[in-house]
Write a protein that binds this ligand. Structure first.
Ligand code: ZN
Ligand code: ZN
Length: 391
């Protein structure tokens, strides 16, 4: 228990705002967060933590109370910007057009630095250790690269991980938390259908892979409605079909690309049937195919105990009704989920929407982060971690 936590947070907020605006003005995309990483390391150095390690290039892992008996909790903040031009209209908008913090990771980074500062000031009162992980390239599966570079070992095998994200569709002062499957696994597929090229006037002499792609689409849709349990949300979206170059020529191949998303643990079964169904749809058209499936994000599964504990910690501080569970689950993903095979975790959405204006959604060029959310975001994170370490 940290006494006067609210006042302490208030005293750190101006610093957090300053850091976040500075990072915002200088956005850096995945694995190019050199300046951001430098700011993080320099700030953490001042806090006298037990270790500050680099991971996967621009990633940073810092530990407080290393070796202290008790549990080890890890907090994760993503640090990358998107490769897009922001149109927020903020006075501290990005100085470049090729990158923009339109997902609020600038705020996530600064907030986690503020949390590290407060916890470092109370290191003796913390009954365990805390790891602060700053992750590059969240927007394109950077977590796995960090894990491959030994993030779990460098972090000293934490007992639990706390992830979070700002959310402009949730009211300021409210928090989105659900137990179990919270964000879908997403796998990207690429299908190359092989036919036999020929003259458009003599289709019987050729094998048309473009025709086959239409069968593939119908077969996928049919598989979803006929086979997939309605209570296990599954989405397959085909977003690209490329085949042919001329209206009178049947091409040799046709390519299809899209994603398979499962908000349940049965994704392997779905993938296996997907492969069978696509191959069969190609076969009845006389075509063969190659199917590639690449993991975008794994299923984000909130540990039920950590969910309950976090919701309780937040409710004690912010009152009844501050926890929202409706419309919190998503078919989108966060690569935070890649850490979950190594430790249980909880992912919390922090509401940022208030009455003062419109808060465009994440990845919208006009997106703005509501700085009024900084204090509640910090307080809730600290309370959840402390409750976990104290129980
Ligand atoms: Zn994003
Ligand atoms: Zn994000």
């Amino acid at each position: 228990m940290i006494h006067n936590l609210k006042q302490e947070i208030e005293s750190v907020v101006p610093e957090v705002v300053e850091i976040r605006r500075d990072i915002h003005r200088h956005p850096e995309t995945g694995f190019k967060e050199f300046r951001t990483s430098q700011i993080i390391k320099e700030y953490l150095k001042e806090l006298n933590l037990d270790s500050i390690q680099e991971c996967a290039g621009t990633g940073v892992i810092a530990t407080l109370n290393d070796g202290k008996p008790g549990k080890r909790a890890m907090l994760l903040a993503d640090i990358d910007a998107l490769p897009m031009e922001e149109k927020s209209g903020e006075p501290f908008a990005a100085e470049i057009k090729t990158a923009g913090h339109c997902c609020g990771h600038d705020a996530h980074t600064a907030i986690q630095l503020g949390i590290a500062k407060i916890l470092a000031q109370h290191r003796d009162e913390i009954p365990g250790s805390v790891v602060f992980l700053f992750q590059p390239n969240e927007e394109d599966a950077g977590a796995q690269i960090m894990i491959d570079d030994g993030a779990v070992e460098k972090a000293g095998h934490p007992d639990a991980i706390f992830g979070s994200h700002n959310n402009p569709t949730i009211r300021l002062g409210q928090f989105g938390v659900v137990p179990g499957p919270a964000m879908a696994s997403s796998y990207y597929y690429k299908i190359v259908i092989h036919g036999k090229g020929g003259h458009g006037g003599r289709p019987h002499m050729a094998v048309n892979p473009v025709d086959a792609s239409a069968f593939v689409l119908m077969a996928i849709k049919n598989m979803l409605t006929a086979e997939q349990a309605a209570l296990e949300p599954t989405v397959i979206t085909n977003c690209m079909i490329h085949g042919g170059e001329k209206e009178i020529t049947i091409p040799e191949t046709c390519e299809m690309q899209g994603s398979i998303r499962c908000l349940h643990a049965g994704h392997e079964k779905v993938h296996a049937r997907f492969r069978e169904v696509v191959a069969a749809a190609c076969a009845i058209n006389g075509c063969t195919c190659e199917i590639e499936l690449k993991c975008g994000n794994s299923l984000l599964y909130n540990d039920p105990h950590l969910t309950e504990l976090s919701a309780r910690a937040i409710e004690e501080a912010f009152g009844e009704g501050c926890i929202v569970t409706e419309d919190v689950k998503a078919m989108g993903g966060d690569d935070y989920a890649e850490f979950l095979p190594y430790m249980p975790g909880i992912y919390i959405w922090y509401g940022t929407a208030d009455d003062s204006g419109e808060w465009p959604g994440l990845h919208n060029p006009a997106y703005r982060f509501n700085e009024k959310a900084i204090a509640p975001f910090m307080e809730a994170q600290i309370l959840c971690v402390m409750k976990y370490l104290e129980e």
